[in-house]
Design a protein around this ligand. Structure first.
Ligand code: CP
Length: 311
């Protein structure tokens, strides 16, 4: 396994063999999970703490499941009932968990860079489960694994990432991963929701959704992250759907065998029509969630192997 670091803080900086090795290992865990078998020895005696300062359904649950399937002791720390509410800082919270000999610390935080800061202060391996608008690396891994299972390879694919690019750590991690692996990435959305320096990331920018979807292999829809917006960057949800919501008419412009993705949580009728989200052959949204467990098992596996045995 070529993975180069003690932590997983970002996709940016990883090279094709690092990503390919992680995806290959995740694929083996996907098959193991489907067989109903577990591998409870690998993380036996290890402690994994989920430290989520922002809401989550998929990421937190799948890290918990992944840790348990590999035999770790998993603690979900409830930030809303923790001493953070009494004014304890992020770093003091982390030092406290570190003193409990935690091996793997999974953190989601509203501030970009919070996981990187923690990684300098604790002995545990730190995994970024989403930091501000920066990155969400395990989401990009699970998206890539899902695409690879349907398309065979990431090389040469046209991937259209649509919607609120500006506030999306999912978009950022996917752009880094997909361009590193040889996909052609388009970002599609209104000018207010596309970062001014998007082209610097090696993507093509489209403000017309129909042009952006033309002949795409993969259509990835994103949620409007109103909680990160200051001011009215979009008109009404109804008007947004008219121009940028994925419906059958717009999807017809992509390749006939294109797949539709969404990291969740979805806002049906805002960025995606229910008939497309639930489409039996085109939508792979459920499979993304399944691959999330496999990818997180692969990440925990790789990072745990690099930890000293007696901590
Ligand atoms: N995709 C994703 O991060 O979902 P959650 O917010 O539910 O974890």
């Amino acid at each position: 396994m070529s993975y180069p670091s003690k932590h997983l803080l970002a996709i940016e900086g990883l090279e094709p063999p690092h990503i390919a090795d992680l995806l290959d290992l995740a694929e083996s865990y996907a098959l193991l999970n489907r067989s109903g078998k577990t591998q409870r020895d690998l993380l036996k005696g290890r402690t994994l703490i989920n430290l989520f300062f922002e809401d989550s359904t998929r990421t937190r649950t799948s890290f918990e499941l992944a840790g348990k399937r590999l035999g770790a002791d998993v603690i979900n720390m409830s930030v809303s009932t923790s001493s953070v509410n009494k004014g304890e800082t992020l770093l003091d919270t982390a030092s406290t968990l570190n003193a409990m000999q935690c091996d793997l610390l999974v953190i989601r935080h509203a501030q970009s860079g919070a996981p990187a800061l923690l990684s300098q202060k604790v002995d545990a391996a730190v995994i970024n489960a989403g930091d501000g608008t920066h990155e969400h690396p395990t989401q990009a891994l699970l998206d890539a694994l899902t695409i690879r299972r349907h398309k065979g390879s990431l090389q040469g694919l046209v991937v259209a990432i649509c919607g609120d690019i500006a506030h999306s750590r999912v978009a950022r991690s996917n752009i880094h991963l997909l361009t590193t692996m040889g996909s052609r990435v388009r970002v599609v959305g209104p000018p207010t929701l596309i970062p001014a320096d998007a082209a610097r990331l090696g993507v093509e920018v489209f403000h017309d959704m129909k042009a952006g979807l033309k002949d795409a292999d993969v259509v990835m829809m994103l949620r409007l992250q109103r909680e990160r917006m200051s001011g009215g960057l979009v008109p009404s949800a109804r008007e947004f759907f008219r121009f940028y919501g994925l419906d059958a008419e717009k999807l017809a412009l992509a390749k006939p065998d294109s797949i539709v993705m969404h990291p969740g949580p979805m806002n049906r009728g805002v960025e995606i029509d229910s008939a497309i989200a639930d489409h039996p052959t085109r939508s792979v949204i459920g499979e993304q969630v399944e691959m999330g467990v496999a990818c997180r098992m692969a990440v925990l596996d790789v990072l745990a192997r690099r930890l000293p045995r007696n901590r």
